[in-house]
Design a protein around this ligand. Structure first.
Ligand code: G3P
Length: 217
């Protein structure tokens, strides 16, 4: 499973890329609004850092507006994937952009039929929002499972990008279900790096080693 960073923060991305586990980045208007720099400049810098798919979202809500914004975003860098929300207008824009060879990540997916329709019009990725469904007492991971099941039966070529990941268990379950990608906030990736038994075990190994060296002197 590919791991994307869900962030527009260059420092966070710079600190995680050297780990070698990062395949791409997703941003959204809320994430980029937190940053001071011009959004297009940030996207360009992220593309240079990651050298993999970087989702940049349109903010127009009508199909012609989404298409022209999507074309502009795609010009920023060859790694840009245009993020389009799943709406009636969004569907038209996804088809136009995909037919032009621009990769589209369809965002704000909250039902399996939405994912199916997005795949039918050529989406490169669909992004079911796991955490936001959990927030309203719905099971976000069940949605991921349903979409993976549907895509396994057809040849859409659309990848399931599990989004709104709130903790390591979301990543674990998305991987077990066969989601192609999980996009994770930096804090969730950091949480997966730590285990208390690893820390305790390493401390003991080093103490034993030091004791043995001291005894040899
Ligand atoms: O970027 C899309 C998605 O991952 C947002 O997550 O945590 O704001 O629900 P969240």
């Amino acid at each position: 499973m590919k791991i994307f960073i869900d962030s527009g923060n260059l420092r966070d991305i710079e600190s995680l890329v050297p780990l070698g586990i990062i395949d791409g980045v997703t941003t959204n208007p809320s994430l980029l609004a937190k940053e001071k720099e011009d959004p297009k400049a940030i996207i360009k810098k992220i593309c240079r850092l990651v050298q993999g798919p970087v989702s940049a979202e349109v903010v127009a809500t009508d199909a012609p507006g989404m298409v022209s914004e999507g074309r502009e975003l795609a010009k920023i860098d060859e790694h840009v994937v245009v993020k389009v929300p799943f709406t009636r207008e969004g569907l038209k824009a996804i088809k136009t952009l995909s037919d032009e060879g621009i990769r589209v990540n369809v965002t704000l997916i909250f039902s399996a039929p939405q994912a199916l329709f997005a795949a039918k019009v050529g989406a490169a990725y669909v992004s079911p929002f796991v955490g936001r469904l959990d927030d309203i007492s719905s099971d976000g991971l069940t949605l991921v499972r349903q979409i993976v099941e549907i895509f396994d039966q057809f040849d859409f070529g659309t990848e399931v990008l599990a989004a709104s990941m709130r903790g390591p268990l979301h990543i674990l379950e998305a991987a077990r279900m066969g989601a192609h990608v999980a996009t994770c906030p930096p804090a969730v990736i950091e949480a997966c790096l730590k285990h208390p038994l690893t820390d305790i075990g390493l401390k003991k190994f080093l103490e034993d080693w030091e004791k043995a060296q001291a005894a040899k002197v």
